[in-house]
Design a binder for this molecule. Sequence first.
Ligand code: CA
Length: 235
Amino acid sequence: MSGAHVLLVEDDAVARSAVAQNLAAHGYAVAEADDAAAALRSWDAARPDIIVLDLGLPDLDGQTVIRRVRREAATPILVLSARGREADKIEALEAGADDYVTKPYGIGEVRARIAALLRRAGGPAGEPMGVLRNGSIALDPARRVVTVGGAEVALTPREYELLKQMLGAPGRVLTRGRLLRAVWGTAYSDEGHYLHVYVSRLRRKLAAADPAGDARDLVEAEPGVGYRVREAAGE
Ligand code: CA
């Protein structure tokens, strides 16, 4: 990922400079912006490979930057969000941000998230009907068949849709709202308890099909937000 162009948007000059210097020392080309207007000017002038975006900016909300970028490109966006601002984080993910780090963050964590997003952005895209794999799990959308360790697993239609969403988002956070809309077709509402029940059931079925394997660890809960899917293993 050396040489990747990072647009770093953060109004706290001390934090921004620390992150910028660290990224530069690891071979990234860093452009800095201290508010949303500067971020959008930089975005227009030179499309970066990834955007690292503080949500609390002095002029426009960081969400405005996300929506504007998403209208024009699929450039990965990593959000920096303040602790306790769960609603902002969820709004950002639903507006199209790809991942987040909660402040105060470690620079190593920021770098790892950037590297993961760039790896995925550079990976094969535009194959929505291909077989989705993660570890021992494989889902064939053409045949609607799920196998774990090569053995077919019977899933209900909703469990199947849930798993499909998860396998399609390796290394990413899926918000409860996104999963509810995708699987139940409902608006973002307080039906989150269904999700917990279905995720638990799906986990049990996957684990039962592969007791010694990694199927149970496909997702971990991200408290207050949703679920993080592990990076696709075994490919
Ligand atoms: Ca800020």
